[in-house]
Every structure is written in structure tokens, then in C-alpha cells.
Write a protein that binds this ligand. Structure first.
Ligand code: SAM
Length: 162
């Protein structure tokens, strides 16, 4: 299993670690990766390792993962299409991508505000684009949109899928 942009490991608590033989947590930002390693030690996930790499260039073999996870990441990578192509490459045939992304709102009023703020977001180092692009290279199994209520992202709409 591979997770891109794992950050400080917010998803770790949701993983059935006993059922995962190998977990690769990809995180390119060194401070995040350091915190992630500390968290891994505290949960005792011996089968997990942190890899410092961008999602656009995964140092993983073709067809090596059953699952890939991306939560609130594709909105920050500079080349999301390339990141998705990499995920497709490392997933085994029939493998699944599980994702949560914030996207442009279907509410026209909210979408207009998102568009207004977009240039400001683009100017920030860890800017999040509110207009995550879709890739036709994955066949959606299920997806849903929901208003954001947790405040983890500043956008008000999210898309979740598998
Ligand atoms: C909003 S945080 C989400 C962290 C975590 N996935 C979560 O749900 O809490 C975005 C993460 O993507 C990482 N990131 C930024 N650019 C990336 C890239 N090109 N490839 C992989 N991860 C990247 C950031 O360092 C950060 O950890």
C-alpha cells in the first residue's frame, strides 16, 4: 500500500495495520517526513517506511501496490496529471486509488469566491488549488461530494472516491 503526501500521518489511525504487509508513506517535505517518522515509531508500524519523494516521480516499481491513498494532496502538487499517472503505474491491475480532494464548488456563489481567491492561493508555497482536475485514466467506482465541515481545508467542497 502506498500513500502520497502523507504529511504528519493523519491517516495512520485509519489503517488496519495488522492487515497491511508493506506501507510506503511518500512525503517530499523534510519537516513533515520527520514528524511522520516519529509518529510511525509511536504507533509501532514496523512494516511502514517513509520515502522522501514527490508524487510525480515515485521511486516504486510498476504494479507493486494493491492500494494507493491520496487525501488533500493532488490540490498541492504542481503536476497532478503526472502524479496520477505515477499512481496508475505503481498500482497493480485492479488496484484501487482512495482519495479525498477539495474541488470547485457546485454552488455558483461559492465557486466565484474560490475563483477570486485562486491567485492568492497560487502565490503561496503550499497553496491549494480549489479546482482539482479529474483524470480519465481511473475508472471511478464511487465518489461523492460533501461540504467541508472539519476545517482541514479552506475550500467548502470535497470529492471523495475509490
Ligand atoms: C494538505 S497536506 C495533506 C496531508 C495528509 N495527506 C492529510 O490528509 O492530512 C498536503 C501534503 O502534500 C504534500 N505534498 C506537496 N507537494 C507534494 C508532491 N509533489 N508530492 C507528494 N506530496 C506532496 C505536502 O508536503 C503535504 O504533506
Amino acid at each position: 500500500m502506498v500513500e502520497i503526501g502523507a504529511g504528519t500521518g493523519a491517516n495512520l489511525a485509519a489503517y488496519p495495520l495488522g492487515a497491511i504487509s508493506e506501507l510506503v508513506l511518500v512525503e517530499p517535505e523534510s519537516p513533515m517526513a520527520a514528524r511522520l517518522r516519529t509518529r510511525l515509531q509511536s504507533v509501532g508500524a514496523a512494516q511502514a517506511r517513509v520515502v522522501g519523494a514527490p508524487a510525480e516521480s515515485l521511486p516504486l516499481p510498476d504494479a507493486s501496490a494493491d492500494f494507493a491513498v491520496s487525501t488533500l494532496v493532488l490540490c498541492t502538487v504542481s503536476d497532478p496529471a503526472r502524479a496520477l499517472a505515477e499512481l496508475r503505474r505503481v498500482l497493480k491491475p485492479g488496484g484501487r486509488l482512495l482519495f479525498i480532494e477539495h474541488v470547485r464548488s457546485q454552488d455558483a456563489r461559492v465557486a466565484r469566491w474560490q475563483d477570486r481567491f485562486q491567485p492568492a492561493w497560487d502565490g503561496l508555497v503550499t497553496a491549494a488549488t480549489a479546482t482539482a482536475r479529474r483524470s480519465s485514466r481511473f475508472a471511478p467506482v464511487a465518489s461523492r461530494s460533501a461540504p467541508s465541515s472539519t476545517g482541514r481545508c479552506r475550500s467548502r467542497s470535497r470529492s471523495c472516491g475509490r
